[in-house]
Design a protein around this ligand. Structure first.
Ligand SMILES: Nc1nc2c(c(=O)[nH]1)N[C@H]1C(S)=C(S)[C@@H](COP(=O)(O)O)O[C@H]1N2
Ligand SMILES: [Mo]
Length: 319
């Protein structure tokens, strides 16, 4: 083909999150030597890429009417093609390197503007709420997508338990900060710990899921064990993995991606085919396992459930 249009671009043509960061790291001479030497430095015994991934365990759950009827991607796809920069920048790095993460024991601290600040042990948290299977589309800002059968409970149920004060307007999330378990944190590629945030009404939407499993089993490490957020109408980077802290705040929290690349990634990050990324189109996407690109849907196909949250907002400005 002589002339390529945007829709002919393949994922290999599209420059992804990592390219910008790699280039920046290269310019500053800081590119993660630590990432490259994991396994042969002084801490090799702790951070060894050969550490096997812990086994996952079956979970009891009920099915949800909020699931899509689209066919899920295979478990192999979902667990081997990942973004989890704490374990490296390439898609196959998390499956290879995440054996160093210890998902038990694990505490999730809930604090800030709440009547009942609480420290939850992960197994108590999993038992506190009935689990549901939610089969959701996941649309990465890099313009690939998957369908994933997640297991989890609505974040709204947790919010009801801790009782936000009238000052609470946002919810901030943090991933574990521990370079011995997460060797990618030795590189300054992102502002660690990985941070994300939602407006309180987004956090309380019934689609917003605290996720503890997939394909009927506890989460594999590379997918964010033992607990992660899933917000299906937003670009995948909002769905923060391996969460240790959930804080209720009066002001909009800072997020790692908007700190590291503010011109490329905003706070809202709703999937929007009409607003292109500065370096590629968002009008279509490649579903992993499919050959032809498919059109990207507003709010990733969840407009009926969430568009009303953004009434009166200019969605080009608040991207
Ligand atoms: N802590 C943390 N959470 C993260 C990321 C990350 O690098 N670190 N990557 C995000 C991005 S860009 C995407 S697309 C999804 C990918 O989730 P998956 O690997 O389970 O498909 O996780 C998100 N959550
Ligand atoms: Mo992503």
């Amino acid at each position: 083909m002589l002339i390529r249009t945007e829709s002919d671009l393949t994922e290999a043509d599209v420059t992804d999150h990592a390219l910008y960061l790699r280039r920046r790291e290269f310019m500053t001479g800081a590119i993660g030597a630590s990432l490259l030497v994991a396994g042969c430095g002084p801490e090799a015994s702790e951070a060894n890429a050969a550490t096997p991934l812990p086994a996952t365990k079956p979970l009891a759950f009920r099915k949800s009417p909020l699931s899509t009827t689209e066919p899920p991607n295979s478990k192999a796809d979902i667990t081997s093609y990942n973004n989890f920069y704490e374990f490296g920048l390439d898609k196959e790095d998390p499956a290879r390197n995440a054996g160093t993460l210890r998902p038990r024991p694990w505490t999730v601290v809930v604090d800030g503007e709440v009547a009942k600040p609480t420290r939850f042990g992960i197994d108590d948290l999993i038992k506190a709420f009935p689990l549901e299977e939610r089969i959701y589309r996941l649309r990465c800002v890099e313009a690939w997508s998957m369908v994933v059968p997640w297991i989890g409970f609505p974040l709204a149920s947790l919010i009801a338990k801790v009782q936000p004060t009238s000052n609470a307007k946002y919810v901030a999330f943090e991933t574990l900060l521990d370079p011995r378990q997460m060797p990618g944190q030795r590189s300054s590629v992102l502002a660690w710990p990985y941070r994300e945030g939602l407006r309180l009404d987004e956090a309380m939407n019934p689609l917003t899921l605290m996720t503890v499993g997939l394909y009927g089993q506890t989460l594999p490490n590379q997918n964010g064990a033992p607990i992660r957020l899933v917000v299906p109408w937003k670009y995948g980077f909002k769905s923060i993995k391996s969460v240790v802290r959930i804080s209720f705040t009066a002001t909009q929290p800072r997020t790692s991606w908007s700190l590291s690349a503010p011109r490329e990634y905003g706070f809202y990050a709703n999937v929007n085919p009409d607003v292109d990324h500065p370096r590629w189109t968002q009008a279509n996407e490649r579903r992993i396992g499919e050959f032809r690109r498919r059109p990207t849907l507003p709010f990733n196909g969840y407009a009926a459930q969430v568009a009303s949250l953004y009434k009166g907002m200019d969605l080009r400005r608040f991207y």
